[in-house]
Structure formats: structure tokens, C-alpha cells
Design a protein around this ligand. Structure first.
Ligand SMILES: [Zn+2]
Length: 250
């Protein structure tokens, strides 16, 4: 087993469907032209992923064949740019194009197999990833989060704390709280993306939504993703197509 394969096997202990993000982008940019006639240059991309610099260091290169990305995410990938962000990005789409949104929280998995940790460039030992999620989880475990406490100075972090507090018993009862907190965050992000999408008018036929847990490996090994949703909404027919199974089997 190569170094790369053994790392993927480590990640799949926690995320059995995980794929390298470079492979995932290849699959998507093969599937969309074949099924919908959409070439990468017609896709206006947005992502709602954490601001963490590691997410840019490990961004899959072929994703830049699409237009964008418009950055919708703040800490741990919540779409903090809100309705205005979704609306602005939607109106940057080419006339014959489609909108593509990738969203989800992230979590490090170190080579030693510790979820919530990752080795960053220039570091000798792993550190927290997602740092915001681990900080919020620490405050939840210590009972330090007050209901409704959101400050202007730390708005995004306080918002994540409130999301965790609302699911506190579930997170604290889990065998691995950071894995569970990441699932809670995924659900919160997806719920918000669905609401923003429902309230936005898109000047194009297709809206493509891809949701995943984004997994950061130690910096030399790139990123991975465990995909949860790959859906194409067609405004011409009012229907949607679920491509997840086809995508994962490709
Ligand atoms: Zn983060």
C-alpha cells in the first residue's frame, strides 16, 4: 500500500466514502458535460467552506477551471455572506451557464488517525482543525456557552457556539464529540444553504448543489471529501436530479 493509499484508508475509518478532492472534481467535471452539456467554463462556482488557510493550500487545482469561486463561507463553512452573498454570486453566472455551490464543514484527520487534528506547513506537531469547531466544542464541554450570546466582536464563532449548544446533548453523548459536532455543523450549513437558495432567483437553468464533509489531511497529502449531496435543480422543468450515487460509483 502506498503512502497515499494508507492515508486514504486511515480517513475511511471515519468517512468510508471519502475521496481525494482532486478525484472528486475530475468526476464532477466529467459528469456535468456528459449529462447536461455544461463545460467547466460555464459553471459559476461558489464555496461555503471554512476560512482556514489550509483549505486554500489544499484547494483542488482543477476547480479553478470553473469561474469563481465566490467565497460564501466563514468559520467552519457556515454561509455567513447570507442572502446578499448568494444573490450577488448568482448574478455573476454566464448567460448560458449554471450555478455550482460546494458547501460543508471541515475536519482534519492526521496521519496518525486523530480526527480534529492536522499537521500544518512548517509545524512539527499536529494542531486543531477545524480550530473554530474545536474551540466551540471545548466551551460546550465546559458549560461556558450561554443561550443567545452573540457578540459583534466574535459574531461567527458565537454563532457556531449557538449551533452546538442547540445540539449539546447529542454532541456530548457521542463516542467522538468532534466527529458528531462536524455532523451537526453539516446539517446546519445545509439547512441554511437550502433556505438561501429558496429565496434567491437564479438567471440560469441549472443550480448544482454539492454538500460534503471536507477533510484536511496533513498538508503534503492534500484534501479529501465525504460527499453527502450532489443535486442538480432544473428551473426549466421544476425538477431535480440526484447524482450522488452515480458520482460515488464513477
Ligand atoms: Zn475551520
Amino acid at each position: 500500500m502506498s503512502n497515499h493509499e494508507s492515508y486514504l484508508a486511515t480517513i475511511r475509518q471515519f468517512y468510508p466514502e471519502a475521496l481525494p478532492t482532486s478525484d472528486a472534481v475530475d468526476r464532477m467535471l466529467t459528469l456535468l458535460p456528459r449529462r447536461f452539456g455544461l463545460e467547466p467554463g460555464q459553471l459559476m462556482a461558489a464555496d461555503s467552506i471554512c476560512s482556514d488557510d489550509l483549505n486554500l493550500i489544499e484547494y483542488p487545482k482543477r476547480a479553478y477551471e470553473m469561474l469563481g469561486p465566490f467565497k460564501m463561507g466563514g468559520l467552519n463553512g457556515f454561509p455567513f455572506t447570507g442572502l446578499t452573498g448568494m444573490g450577488a454570486f448568482a448574478h455573476h453566472v454566464p448567460a448560458d451557464g449554471a450555478v455550482f455551490v460546494f458547501y460543508g464543514p471541515h475536519i482534519g484527520v492526521s496521519r496518525a488517525g486523530v480526527p480534529g487534528d492536522v499537521l500544518r506547513p512548517g509545524h512539527a506537531t499536529p494542531s486543531a482543525c477545524c480550530g473554530a469547531a474545536k474551540a466551540a466544542l471545548g466551551r460546550l464541554e465546559r458549560g461556558e456557552i450561554s443561550p443567545g450570546h452573540i457578540t459583534e466582536l466574535d459574531y461567527q464563532q458565537n454563532s457556531i457556539e449557538q449551533i452546538f449548544l442547540a445540539q449539546g446533548p447529542r454532541i456530548l453523548a457521542a463516542a467522538n464529540p468532534i466527529l458528531e459536532a462536524t455532523e451537526v455543523m453539516y446539517e446546519a450549513i445545509e439547512t441554511r444553504i437550502n433556505l438561501l437558495a429558496a429565496l434567491t432567483t437564479y438567471p440560469c437553468r441549472y443550480v448544482i448543489l454539492m454538500g460534503a464533509i471536507l477533510i484536511n489531511a496533513d498538508h503534503e497529502a492534500g484534501s479529501f471529501a465525504s460527499h453527502r449531496r450532489f443535486e442538480v435543480l432544473d428551473s426549466a422543468t421544476g425538477t431535480s436530479q440526484n447524482l450522488l450515487a452515480e458520482f460515488l460509483a464513477a
